[in-house]
Every structure is written in C-alpha cells, then in structure tokens.
Design a binder for this molecule. Structure first.
Ligand code: ATP
Ligand code: MG
Length: 216
C-alpha cells in the first residue's frame, strides 16, 4: 500500500529573496518502509520533510497521504492524528516537563491528561526518571529522546525525523538511532528520515539524495 505519494512538487521561497528550493519532486512511499533523504546543508531537506509532513505549503504538484489528496483545510487534524514529527531543533516547550512535552500531541487532540500513558512513552526512551524535569534542564540526548517519545504519542502511521542524531555525540547518536529503528520495526511504522549520517541512512530500506532541487 502506498502511504505517501508526491508528484512534481515545487517550492520557491519568495522572501527575503527569490530562492528556488525544490523542482519536480516525485516520490512514492509504501507503508512500513523506511526512507532516508541525504544531501548537503541548505539543499532543502528540512523544507521537503516539512512539505511531505504537511507542515509547509508547496507551490505546485500533488501530495497524497493515506490515499487522500492533501488539503490545507484539514491538514492540522490529519497531521495530529497520523503523523509524528521529530524536528531538527527538537521544538520542546522549555518550561513544560518531559512528561507534559510527550503528551502535547494528545493535549492538542483534546484528549484528557493521562500520566500513565506519558510514563509509558517515556519508558520507551528510557527517561522515566526525568518525567517531571522541565525540558530546559535536560541534556541534548535526553531532549532528543523526549522528542522521539512525543512523536509517538498519538500512535502515528508515519514518522518524520529531521537529523534525529545530528546534535548528539557518537555514543548518544547510536543509542537514539537504535531506539528509533527498534520502535519503527516493532510498531511497523513508516519512517522518513533526513540525515547527514551515512551509517544511519544505510539502515533505511531506500536512500535518496537531494541535490539542486532534485531527488535522486
Ligand atoms: N522560510 C524561508 N524563507 C526563505 N528561505 C528559506 C526559508 N526556509 C528555508 N529557506 C532557505 O532554503 C534553503 C534550504 O533550507 P533547509 O532548511 O530546507 O535546508 P537543509 O537541507 O535542511 O539544510 P541543513 O542540512 O543545514 O539542515 C536554505 O538556503 C534556507 O536559507
Ligand atoms: Mg535541515
């Protein structure tokens, strides 16, 4: 089953200057597959990931997710229910605890606060002892793990991960990538990953490289 399909997606940023980022990006991703997107800094990997994850609009082309065409009107609801995002800069809420951060997608979906569920999510990333620490007191590796647990909160079909090991030392990068791949395998999720790390990319079923606006 094809879970995500992109046809001839184009993207240009118009402010502060005209910058053509993506030209005619086409891609089909099957459910349960893992995909790596590599490429030099500034090539547009984060932009592409945000477009595929419905966080960023595109100029032309088609995007189908879960068999339905992308619609701006319903995107946020769909995203919250079906998509998990691990951001390049984590995007944790600094004054909220690790537990509150992992439960944020549930809160956005107006589900009642569920501490037990939060602790279960934190136990997946081995962070129960930090449950009640505000995010600002966590180390880089711990933040990354909170961001992974948060992405799993609403049990999404597709996980998007932007440089999930990019900010970590080698040992922590290994821990985080093992964790991510174990979680993806055990729960049969689709993973779309952006990385500079060739070892991490090699663990994915398919690899693409983004260069001069094209995916090869
Ligand atoms: N909102 C925006 N408006 C204008 N230009 C932007 C905007 N967002 C990104 N860009 C530009 O688009 C280019 C691609 O950015 P993007 O963050 O997608 O790159 P990347 O491949 O993820 O890089 P890195 O590996 O460093 O994370 C960059 O040159 C950036 O300056
Ligand atoms: Mg990036």
């Amino acid at each position: 089953m094809i879970i995500l399909s992109a046809k001839k997606l184009c993207k240009t940023f118009k402010t502060p200057e005209l910058v053509k980022i993506l030209t005619d990006i086409s891609l089909e991703i099957h459910a349960g597959e893992s995909i790596a997107i590599t490429g030099r800094s500034g090539e547009g990997k984060t932009t592409l990931l945000h477009i595929l994850g419905t966080l960023e609009p595109f100029d032309s082309g088609e995007l189908m997710i879960g068999g339905k065409p992308f619609q701006a009107r319903t995107a946020s609801k769909f995203r919250n229910a079906r998509i998990g995002f691990i951001f390049q800069a984590f995007n944790l809420l600094e004054d909220f605890t690790a537990l509150e951060n992992v439960l944020m997608p549930a809160r956005i979906a107006r589900k009642p606060f569920d501490r037990k569920k939060g602790l279960e999510l934190l136990s997946l990333v081995d962070l129960v002892p930090r449950a009640d620490f505000p995010a600002k007191l966590l180390s880089g590796g711990e933040r990354q793990r909170v961001a992974i647990a948060r992405a799993l909160c609403n049990d999404p079909d597709i996980l998007f991960a932007d440089e999930p090991s990019g900010n970590l030392d080698h040992a922590n990068a290994d821990i985080v990538s093992n964790l991510l791949f174990d979680l993806v395998r055990s729960s049969k999720k689709t993973l779309i990953l952006v990385t500079h790390d060739m070892e991490l990319a090699a663990r994915c079923d398919r690899k693409f490289s983004l260069s001069q606006g094209k995916l090869v």
